[in-house]
Design a binder for this molecule. Structure first.
Ligand SMILES: [Ca+2]
Ligand SMILES: [Ca+2]
Ligand SMILES: [Ca+2]
Ligand SMILES: [Ca+2]
Length: 134
């Protein structure tokens, strides 16, 4: 087996393994870019991601108590992700915590410029970001 095939099958395995949903339902970098890349330059900046994340927070926050609880998040964060995002260790994620965690994932996925491209959105941190904001 060539190295390229090995890498491709490993990538496919980790991609589909990371989400416990059928492939068709897993939002990929392309649909994320289509929603978030408002200036259509093919990449997302932190400003674009945070503007989108803020809108998603409001949309997900259905009981309007100002925070997202596990029920509202509907599996968008793993238990570990929830703990990492929940800076004050209460039972909910407020908007500041949500945006700080979005920024953390953005920086983790990013190389040394200021934007995420489709490839960076395909990294583990990029996929966590997509899952969180879908
Ligand atoms: Ca852009
Ligand atoms: Ca709420
Ligand atoms: Ca909290
Ligand atoms: Ca980048």
């Amino acid at each position: 087996m060539s190295k390229r095939i090995l890498v491709a099958s490993f990538a496919a395995f980790t991609f589909f393994g990371a989400f416990n949903v059928p492939a068709a339902l897993a939002a990929g970098p392309k649909s994320f870019l289509a929603s978030v890349d408002k200036d259509n330059d093919g990449t997302v900046s932190l400003d674009e991601v945070k503007a989108y994340a803020s809108a998603r927070f409001q949309a997900l926050e259905t009981d309007k108590d100002g925070t997202l609880d596990a029920k509202e998040l509907k599996g968008r964060l793993s238990a570990r992700g929830f703990k990492a995002a929940n800076a004050d260790a209460d039972k909910t994620i407020d908007e500041a915590e949500f945006l700080a965690y979005v920024e953390k994932l953005f920086k983790e996925a990013n190389d040394n410029d200021d934007t995420l491209d489709a490839k960076e959105l395909g990294t583990p941190a990029g996929r966590k970001l997509i899952k969180l904001l879908k």
